[in-house]
Design a protein around this ligand. Structure first.
Ligand code: SF4
Ligand code: FES
Length: 371
């Protein structure tokens, strides 16, 4: 087969908008950049609404309303309305700790289709410690009830690290108890704050393998009742994940200040200029921004990806991880066993899984704000 890059890209399937980097929680695994964007730089309601219209015109089907905590925006109901009126399927990705019944009703009335609620632990002590927020447990449970009472589908997102890996079974029970239709057992991916906290978060391989077996058993047991998705830790994988579905191939992220990104960590790659939705249309950015073309398709690949039969399955893995761990964004993701760096990465993970787990740097807006 000949390597190629599509001359005219197919439209993105979805858009993930980080409406704000403000968040009441302090999760140490947060994928936001360590340099958070300031509230004063955030896009206004009308600009977000225009982006949704442009996304739908471009061919996108759904929008994920994320952050930070998207409900920290006072205009969240207006934003949901703009997305729904553009014809997009709307998914709110939230910590669930900050919404009154009244504000939630306004969001539902505005046309929300789906809610995705994060839990940091499957009991109060674990949840509130990892969320770095004292009453998060009670608030999250109350929010789950508000979602199901409104008749909306609920997904529970359980982000897994060393501190809660022993609770995978309890997360499954929690999802069933709360009436969720879907559970994501998502092992931490190491970008942003999670990369800074990697040694405190990395789980041991043996326990990861046990959790995978546990999920597979539960999938069979709960078939037709609860769908369970699982993201395993890259560092213990044989093949990498197709990050963002392939660079510039399926999704656009938009940062709070309007930077359009091929993935949430793209700004970590030096030398790329990300165009802003304040100045350009989403269609122009998707088609013409050199940053979106940089790793689109397969032309940019080096060996072993270039001649690999999986190159249009995982698209070489994650560019940001290749840069962070190997120092070259165009290198094969070292999560792949064909990477010459794979053994070193796995050894790092094994060593860090034994490291001191108490030295955590909690995500803090005040601590790290982009100048
Ligand atoms: Fe994927 Fe590249 Fe590994 Fe092949 S060599 S499996 S394309 S990361
Ligand atoms: Fe950027 Fe994976 S997070 S390509």
């Amino acid at each position: 087969m000949t390597a190629h890059a599509p001359p005219s890209p197919a439209p993105p399937i979805g858009v993930l908008v980080e409406l704000t980097h403000r968040c009441p929680l302090g999760c140490p695994y947060c994928s936001n950049p360590v340099s958070l964007e300031r509230p004063a730089a955030e896009l206004g309601t009308q600009t977000w609404t225009r982006i949704f219209t442009e996304a739908a015109a471009l061919g996108a089907l759904h929008v994920h309303l994320s952050g930070g905590e998207p409900t920290a925006r006072r205009d969240i109901a207006e934003i949901v309305r703009g997305a729904a009126q553009a014809g997009l399927y709307t998914n709110l990705i939230t910590s669930g700790v900050g919404l009154s019944e009244k504000r939630w009703s306004a969001i539902v009335e505005a046309g929300l289709d789906h809610a995705q609620l994060s839990f940091q632990g499957a009991d109060k002590a674990t949840n509130d410690r990892l969320a770095h927020y004292d009453s998060a447990w009670e608030r999250k449970r109350a929010f789950a009830a508000m979602v199901t009472n409104a008749g909306l589908p609920l997904t529970i997102n359980a982000v897994i690290s060393r501190g809660n890996l022993h609770q995978v079974g309890a997360f499954i029970d929690l999802a069933v108890e709360l009436g969720a239709r879907r559970l994501e057992v998502a092992h931490t991916q190491y970008y942003g704050w999670a990369l800074a906290n990697r040694a405190a978060l990395m789980p041991p391989r043996k326990e990861v393998e046990e959790s995978i077996a546990l999920v597979e058993g539960a999938r069979t047991r709960l078939k037709g009742r609860l769908v369970i998705d699982m993201v395993i830790p890259d560092y213990y994988a044989r093949y990498p994940k197709p990050c963002a579905g392939g660079w510039g191939r399926m999704a656009i992220n938009v940062s709070p200040s309007g930077k359009a990104l091929p993935c949430h960590a793209a700004e970590s790659i030096p030398g790329l200029e990300f165009w802003n939705v304040r100045e350009r249309s989403l269609a122009e950015i998707w088609r013409d921004n050199p940053a979106f073309q940089a790793f689109r398709g397969t032309d940019w690949m080096q060996e072993p990806c270039r001649s690999c039969e999986r190159r249009e399955i995982d698209w070489g893995g994650c560019r940001c991880q290749a840069l962070a761990l190997v120092g070259a964004a165009a290198a094969t993701d070292p999560a792949c066993h064909k990477s010459p760096h794979h053994a070193r990465i796995a050894a790092t993970a094994a060593a860090e899984a034994e490291a001191d787990a108490s030295a955590i740097r909690w995500r803090s807006y005040k601590d790290k704000v982009e100048a």
